[in-house]
Design a binder for this molecule. Structure first.
Ligand code: SAH
Length: 397
């Protein structure tokens, strides 16, 4: 593929693109109309026509494509892709060699040099996520690179963009052997059931690995644990293995019940000793207050945006109120694990929400731990939004 289009950046944005900002924004470009076909390559130039970088056109949320190189003579071909993926694999050598963990991110989009593309590893299986039709145009480059670089049991893929309802082709299988799902992977010695052949989510969010380990190692022993927005209950499993006296998982999706039981069972834990509740979290908070139920450890990991029958939740607007509800049912000296993957605000802003919530509740607190993305979720300093995860362990006084 040759460079096909030329897009001119507005002077106001020149500096940040020259410094390596990777995402093409509509408001930064003079002539968006020269981007005609997703997957086409283009040159980004300044107002004088001088070369800034080369990228591809692909619509992804608010972005219109990603810069791939700032070297004028670098070709965007299969060896470019293979080089980036090879380096990414080398950077994860420790994880590939780990005997305790065989589920992690191998390639993290712009953090590893190619926006719009992620590759995760699950015990011999590779899962490719395509975040735009544009990056999917490079399908052959990515698959050929993987075939050249690694041995695998199988390759699966997911299209994470609007495909007109066709979310994955059949079960997302690409090459190798079809898996028997769930496949069981390991994270720090804990078993996790993973489905590569279902919807967008596979059963575990790999970016919380360090948080889960911290809960197991330091915060669970002898504690009662409430895991809200619990999904497949993986935080609960880590807490139970860390010696929690009891965990309570709450999620409104029906599927969460069976999936949570499964995650407990594959770790040899009797799920009947734990509560798994299918309910709106906001409803559950009201119930807990009414029944004077309290917990030593409360985990809050809501989606950035959620709508249930009765409530709408937007992390940017409502996180403070969510915390206030959690504070009410957390024991004195108990800990709230406040987590968000919302990219619209940063850690400083998140801490402001935390501070306001405690002040408005007339409760003192101290921050015990802080996490952002683990090292396999590589990020670059020019694209701060890429480091979306914020997790704070807060002790209630
Ligand atoms: N904390 C989980 C991931 C959460 S994903 C983990 O680390 O594994 C978000 C989950 O929130 C989804 O499972 C979704 O069903 C659930 N959810 C969204 N809105 C909800 C609500 N109002 N009450 C309860 N669960 C909700």
């Amino acid at each position: 593929m040759q460079t096909e289009g030329i897009v001119k950046v507005k002077s106001k944005f020149e500096k940040s693109y020259k410094a390596g900002y990777p995402l093409i924004l509509k408001e930064a470009i003079h002539n968006m109309d020269s981007l005609t076909k997703e997957g086409m390559l283009f040159q980004l130039v300044d107002e004088k026509g001088q070369f800034i970088g080369k990228g591809y056109y692909g619509k992804q949320n608010k972005g219109y494509g990603w810069i791939l190189t700032q070297k004028k003579n670098e070709k965007i071909d299969v060896s470019f892709f293979e080089g980036k993926i090879k380096t990414a694999i080398e950077n994860r050598k420790e994880l590939f060699n780990s005997t305790e963990t065989n589920a992690f991110r191998v390639f993290n989009a712009e953090g590893d040099g190619i926006g719009g593309l992620t590759i995760d590893y699950f015990n011999g299986y590779y899962l490719i996520n395509w975040y735009s039709e544009g990056i999917f145009a490079f399908y052959d480059y990515v698959i050929d690179s993987l075939k050249n670089l690694v041995e695998y049991e199988g390759i699966y893929q997911k299209k994470r963009y609007d495909t007109g309802g066709k979310y994955i082709d059949e079960d997302g299988f690409v090459d190798g052997n079809r898996g028997q799902f769930p496949i069981i992977v390991k994270e720090n010695g804990v078993n996790l059931a993973v489905y590569l052949n279902e919807g967008a989510m596979v059963g575990v969010f790999l970016d919380q690995r360090d948080v889960r380990k911290t809960i197991l190692d330091k915060y669970a022993k002898g504690k009662t644990v409430l895991n809200t927005f619990s999904y497949t209950g993986v935080f609960s499993v880590f807490a139970a293995l860390g010696g929690a006296t009891k965990t309570t998982s709450v999620d409104l999706a029906n599927r969460s019940l069976g999936k949570t039981k499964e995650q407990f069972s594959i770790n040899g834990i009797d799920h009947e000793a734990h509560d798994i509740i299918v309910e709106d979290v906001f409803q559950y908070f009201k119930y807990a207050v009414r029944k004077k139920k309290t917990f030593d450890l409360v985990i809050l990991d809501p989606p950035s945006f959620a709508r249930s029958k009765k409530y709408t939740f937007s992390a940017a607007k409502d996180y403070k109120d969510l915390l206030k509800e959690a504070i009410l049912i957390t024991e004195k000296n108990g800990v709230i694990v406040a987590s968000t993957n919302c990219a619209n605000f940063d850690m400083n802003k998140f801490k402001v929400f935390i501070d306001q919530a405690f002040k408005e509740s007339n409760v003192k607190y101290s921050i015990k731990e802080e996490f952002s993305l683990p090292s396999d979720f590589a990020t670059i300093k020019q694209y701060k939004e890429g480091n979306y995860l914020k997790v704070v362990f807060i002790q209630k006084h």
